[in-house]
Design a binder for this molecule. Structure first.
Ligand code: NAD
Length: 359
């Protein structure tokens, strides 16, 4: 099969980690006989420098014409003085909007080889965990009506969800649960919020009519924040609103121990998605070959799985990464404090490519 992939490396370490990931995708194409065509576009600070805006039309058109988008990261101190719509980060919101992406997937799993860097109690970390947070991305309080009174001493933000918005993200979460351990936890605050009560009713109605084979339970968001720390192995797939998902996905990623390992996907109605590491452009290490490429490589594995339905290929990439970590290879961000030596980003990429060659 042939796939067109739009590359949006962005700023800081973005070009380094996207470059590493292209090598991994080329190795996949060699082994499995697919053709990946890559086209590179500017977004973020580098686009401001060249075009005077963070998300030029040429980038939007290129991404819309592709089968999927792989993004590095945007932003950096050079553009920190800019405000509002001129900021590099505006490119992310713009791309999500233009591509119609309303679901965000964030896996958080503990690689067994990295249990020692997990911040949880050792007996909890020893059980391991592998959860997927499915977050609604374009509705709720972040996009609701907001304002201040005339005196400016009272402000409000509105959480509002329609059945259609809840159903489409919940359907995606059920489908993902079906491909995993068939357990979905819907997280809300239905003891207080009316929008959460509609959320809960809608998720249950959908589950009963279309996904009776997936076990569904509910959890209040305050309890979920505790359980992610106390018993993360309870969770398989979580579905939740925009704000709750924003907070819980950051919490879940922190308990895994390294930001340089965590991937994400944003999806809409079509198979085209946007795939990116959860970390930023890390200006402090940009250009030093210190960036861990694994989060971006695992984001590409998600692209293979969720946009191209290439599950065997996605498993192969994920297993190759896990095997390199199992062998004890570490970049600076994931080495234990007592270790002196570590791999550069390009050495880590070579280790993964070598594993793929052997596999
Ligand atoms: P950051 O994620 O870029 O960096 C936080 C820390 O983690 C830094 O010490 C960095 O060196 C380290 N780190 C991040 N990725 C790493 C990797 N792959 N390997 C090794 N270490 C890694 O967050 P920040 O410093 O708050 O933000 C820097 C810039 O990135 C800002 O301009 C911010 O707006 C932007 N940002 C962009 C995105 C995005 O594009 N999706 C997300 C977050 C932040």
């Amino acid at each position: 099969m042939e796939y067109n992939i739009a590359l949006v490396p962005g700023d800081g370490i973005g070009p380094e980690i996207v470059g590493s990931t292209v090598k991994v995708l080329e190795a996949v194409s060699e082994k499995f006989g697919h053709v990946f065509n890559f086209n590179t576009y500017l977004a973020g600070g580098c686009a401001i420098d060249k075009y005077g805006e963070p998300l030029p039309k040429i980038t939007i058109d290129g991404c819309l014409a592709s089968d999927s988008v792989l993004l590095g990261a945007v932003g950096g101190p050079k553009w920190d003085h800019l405000s509002g719509n001129s900021r590099p980060e505006k490119a992310l919101l713009g791309l999500r909007k233009e591509l119609g992406l309303y679901t965000n997937l964030r896996p958080a799993s503990l690689q067994p080889a990295l249990a020692e860097s997990c911040v949880l109690r050792p007996d909890i970390a020893a059980k391991g965990f592998d959860l997927m947070i499915v977050r609604e991305l374009t509705g709720g309080i972040y996009f609701g009506n907001r304002g201040r009174n005339e005196a400016g001493d009272t402000a409000f933000d509105t959480e509002s969800y329609s059945v259609m918005e809840i159903e489409r993200v919940a359907r995606r979460a059920f489908e993902i649960a079906r491909k995993r351990r068939r357990h979905l936890t819907s997280i809300d605050k239905a003891n207080v919020l009316e929008s959460s009560r509609l959320w809960r009713e809608t998720v249950h109605r959908l589950g009963a009519s279309e996904f009776p084979d997936v076990e569904l339970d509910d959890m209040y968001v305050d309890n979920a924040a505790m359980q992610i720390i106390r018993a993360p192995s309870f969770f398989d797939v979580i579905v939740t609103s925009n704000m709750f998902g924003d907070i819980l996905s950051d919490e879940a990623s922190q308990v895994t121990g390294s930001i340089g390992l965590l991937a994400s996907a944003s999806l809409g109605d079509s198979s085209r998605g946007m795939y990116e590491p959860i970390h930023g452009s890390a200006p402090d290490i940009a250009g030093k070959d210190l960036a861990n490429p694994i989060a971006t490589i695992l984001s590409a594995a998600m692209m293979l799985r969720y946009s191209f339905d290439l599950n065997e290929e996605a498993d192969f990439v994920e297993q190759s990464v896990a095997a390199v970590l199992q062998d004890g290879w570490r970049t600076a961000d994931i080495k234990s404090p007592s270790e002196e030596s570590f791999l550069t980003g390009s050495q880590m990429t070579e280790k993964i490519l070598y594993k793929m060659k052997l596999g």
